[in-house]
Design a protein around this ligand. Structure first.
Ligand SMILES: Nc1ncnc2c1ncn2[C@@H]1O[C@H](COP(=O)(O)OP(=O)(O)O)[C@@H](O)[C@H]1O
Ligand SMILES: [Mg+2]
Length: 380
């Protein structure tokens, strides 16, 4: 298994930059130099003393001292070489092996086991680090499997919603149009009750068509490849207002706006987003003529949009519920609708990498929704 390589190791600073082998070499060289100088000086001194023709016992002692010095020199040299050998094979080589293994893991091969069998301290360290690697990889694998499974089942669900709503359209259109034809052609021959039944059937079929169309819109977001470009959000708002012109005129609504920015997104989806927001703001109006304001302000790499109205408002306890699909707070005969609008808006905003929420602290009196969209030029 291989995942993204880790960032490069942090560079050591100060004296720590020198590898440990160089420290050994440095200290060893100074010790050897000091020792050799010492021995040479002592040997020279003893040669000088010999030249002064000392008494025979002193000469014999000096010769013994020379031999002793040579033996000590030999022993120390052997110890130095032995120590260098031990440090090289018992410490530096295992550290190098472990470093190579750790580098392989850091480069992305997270299945590579870490193991050195000596010295004991390094073996223990390697074993602990390896257990951690093992555990992290196992947890990562479970999380990856789960998110893969989630993605797959989400995809299937969206495909199902799309196919179901697409294939249901045709038979439904038949039911609606034949019921209407029945009413037109045989209406005069039918009694009031029969006409009422036909009216219910037509009404039901029309409502279902609405639902299916909304569901189709919902399942299309993110499933049908939709290109993201630099979009003037003001233009998307204009398009939305154009689609809502009859409603806006009928209700005498006033829609005002800040200067709206360019964002990275899909123009059609952003139009849908504005359209649902303004439609809600006008639909859920109070006694007063509806006033809607669309604002935008920069927040880091995102633009934060807002849509405030002077309508009936939403109780804060419903701040999450209203975004669920088919969830509505009012009976259909008071405020018509399918309950898909806000769920669709949230899906569109999340598809663009933003967030959509009900602003519970807004002072406007009505309702304020806020959402973020990436600034133009940021295609991540
Ligand atoms: N601007 C608003 N003012 C008051 N209530 C709102 C507003 N927008 C949404 N809501 C509430 O959220 C619910 C869900 O909205 P939505 O998903 O668009 O469904 P629909 O418009 O079909 O009812 C609405 O039924 C309504 O109760
Ligand atoms: Mg709506």
């Amino acid at each position: 298994m291989s995942i993204h390589p880790l960032p490069p190791a942090r560079e050591p600073t100060g004296l720590g930059r020198l590898p440990v082998a160089r420290w050994f070499l440095f200290v060893g060289a100074i010790a050897a130099l000091a020792f050799v100088t010492g021995v040479t000086v002592i040997l020279l001194m003893s040669v000088r003393t010999m030249e002064l023709s000392p008494p025979p016992e002193v000469a014999a002692q000096l010769t013994r001292l020379n031999y002793a010095l040579i033996v000590v020199f030999g022993v120390l040299l052997a110890c130095g070489v032995g120590l260098a050998f031990i440090v090289r094979h018992a410490v530096l080589n295992p550290i190098e092996r472990l470093t190579t293994q750790v580098r392989t893991v850091a480069a992305g091969d997270f299945d590579h086991a870490l193991h050195v069998d000596r010295p004991a301290e390094l073996a223990e360290l390697a074993s602990h680090v390896d257990s951690m690697r093992d555990r992290v990889v196992a947890a990562w694998r479970v999380a990856t499997d789960q998110s893969e499974e989630l993605r797959r089942s989400n995809g299937e669900l969206e495909q199902f919603a799309y196919v179901a709503s697409h294939d249901l359209q045709e038979p439904l259109r038949k039911v609606a149009s034949f019921s209407q034809m029945l009413e037109q052609r045989y209406g005069p021959q039918l009694d009031d009750r029969a006409r009422q039944y036909i009216h219910y059937a037509v009404d039901g079929a029309k409502r279902m068509q609405l639902l299916i169309n909304d569901l189709l819109d919902f399942s299309r977001v993110g499933r049908v490849t939709s290109e993201k470009t630099a979009v003037e959000s003001g233009v998307a708002l204009d398009a939305a207002l154009d689609n809502l012109s009859a409603m806006v005129e009928e209700t005498g609504a006033t829609v005002t706006r800040d200067e709206l920015p360019q964002v990275t997104g899909n123009r059609m989806q952003l139009t849908q987003l504005f359209q649902n927001m303004i439609e809600n703001a006008v639909k859920f109006r109070s006694e007063e003529p509806p006033r809607v304001h669309v604002g935008a302000e920069r927040s880091g790499e995102m633009w934060e949009f807002s849509c405030s109205d002077n309508g009936i408002g939403v109780e804060p306890k419903y701040a999450d519920r209203i975004f669920l699909i088919f969830q509505r707070l009012h009976p259909r005969d008071v405020y018509p609708g399918t309950g898909i609008g806000l769920a669709l808006c949230r899906k569109i905003v999340e598809y663009h990498g933003g967030r959509l929420w009900l602003d519970g602290d807004a002072q406007s009196g009505g309702t304020t929704f806020r959402w973020t969209l990436p600034v133009a030029g940021d295609r991540s």
